[in-house]
Unconditional design. Structure first.
Length: 408
């Protein structure tokens, strides 16, 4: 909203609101059982949706861009410093199959949605290519497909709004599913049970309070955590920028070069790889640092606030109600395919929900969900598996977009 009470360039106030909402969400989650059941992540996300849709804060600002550009890349290494390195690769291999099946769910959902709505939404072949790529990989793939298909700017903007609102709704849904008896009776959920067991053992009011016990942390711990995270962030930025500049990409080069550019030029992929290498070579150093997970999690809560802000309901109603229906069908089919396959293949409920999140929102939102729910053993694996979507997303989007074009 351009006429918001707080203007986009009021940086101090907007930073203050985001930090306060994140802090409030964490405190509520740990203090009250009702908030613990909702989770602090949902409280943060819904609070942001309310603030932006009531016109209190704008739907776009340099502050939000800064959180995407700096806060998330800092949070990722902080959250990985204490993961079990060997277990990451074991769990990643297990999750890869269900991730690929979930991606097939996206493809099926896009095809169904396209043929249902192709006569009512203009340029749906291009939108279908963009959204199928996005709902396999993430925003990186959406941007690549937008440039490839040269979709009209107003249509891209409307699709982005529909995507943002749908992503917020999906995250709320996925985080709520483990609380329903229907799913708990039908799927194994060991990570949920472990969090609840820890809660019962120490007499905590909520799962979050049980998980986030008071830690012994020093100024040195804070310095080493943030200093190391910044070092990895800087190195990853320079390496990804170098490869993005020297490896050819674009419409005039073949898929192989574009694939290499997408892999080695991706900041998150390089950052995750560097962090894993650091964990492998310097395990004692990382074992000696306390508090990195707490610092990283607080940064992730800022991210949850920002995710909800662009979800403008009035803009959807005015400009793109059918686009919301289009992406809703894709997400619904994806979830149904993932849950069905996961049941047949005996996957844990947590694994299924995280791969759906990774498809729709990308590896960062999936990792954030794992952190918020206390499924710490799945944080590293979903980051690894989620990056596969970056690799295959553009191939899927290109193929579907070109095929859909023959029906328009």
């Amino acid at each position: 909203m351009e006429n918001s009470l707080i203007k986009p360039d009021d940086l101090v106030t907007l930073w203050g609101i985001i930090v306060i909402v994140a802090a409030m969400s964490i405190v509520l989650e740990q203090k009250y059982s009702w908030a613990g059941k909702l989770s602090g992540a949902i409280i943060a996300l819904v609070s942001a949706i309310i603030l932006s849709n009531t016109g209190i804060i704008p739907t776009a600002s340099p502050v939000y861009d800064a959180i995407w550009a700096f806060i998330i890349p800092l949070a990722i290494p902080l959250l990985l410093f204490h993961v079990n390195f060997k277990k990451i690769w074991q769990e990643s291999g297990r999750m890869l199959l269900i991730f690929l099946i979930s991606s097939i769910g996206t493809i099926a959902g896009t095809i169904i949605s396209f043929f249902l709505l192709k006569d009512t939404i203009p340029f749906l072949d291009r939108i279908g290519g963009m959204m199928s790529a996005s709902y396999v990989g993430g925003g990186v793939n959406f941007a690549a497909m937008t440039a490839k298909f040269d979709a009209p700017e107003d249509l891209v903007s409307a699709t982005v709004v529909a995507d943002n609102l749908m992503m917020a709704l999906v995250i709320v849904t996925l985080m709520a599913i483990p609380t329903f008896g229907f799913f708990r009776k039908r799927y194994p959920h060991p990570h949920v049970l472990q969090v609840e067991k820890d809660m019962a053992t120490d007499g905590s009011k909520t799962n979050a309070e049980s998980f986030w016990k008071r830690q012994d942390i020093s100024l040195k711990d804070i310095a080493l955590s943030l200093g190391t995270a910044f070092l990895l962030f800087v190195l990853a930025t320079k390496i990804s920028e170098f490869f993005a500049g020297v490896i050819p990409s674009g419409d005039d080069v073949n898929f192989g070069w574009n694939l290499l550019n997408g892999l080695f030029g991706d900041l998150y992929l390089i950052l995750t790889t560097l962090t894993f290498l650091a964990l492998a070579f310097f395990p004692r150093f990382f074992d000696s640092i306390n508090g990195s997970q707490e610092l990283g999690t607080f940064l992730i809560y800022l991210f949850f606030v920002v995710i909800g802000i662009p979800a403008s309901i009035p803009l959807i109603i005015q400009n793109a109600p059918l686009l919301l229906v289009f992406v809703a069908i894709i997400v619904t089919v994806n979830l149904l395919v993932s849950l069905t396959a996961g049941k047949l293949l005996k996957y844990d409920l947590e694994e299924i929900l995280l791969v759906v999140n990774a498809n729709v929102g990308g590896p960062t939102t999936a990792a954030a969900m794992a952190i918020a729910k206390g499924w710490k053993d799945l944080i590293g694996p979903i980051l690894v598996v989620g990056t596969i979507g970056y690799v295959i997303g553009n191939y899927i989007g290109t193929t579907l977009g070109l095929w859909f074009g023959t029906f328009m």
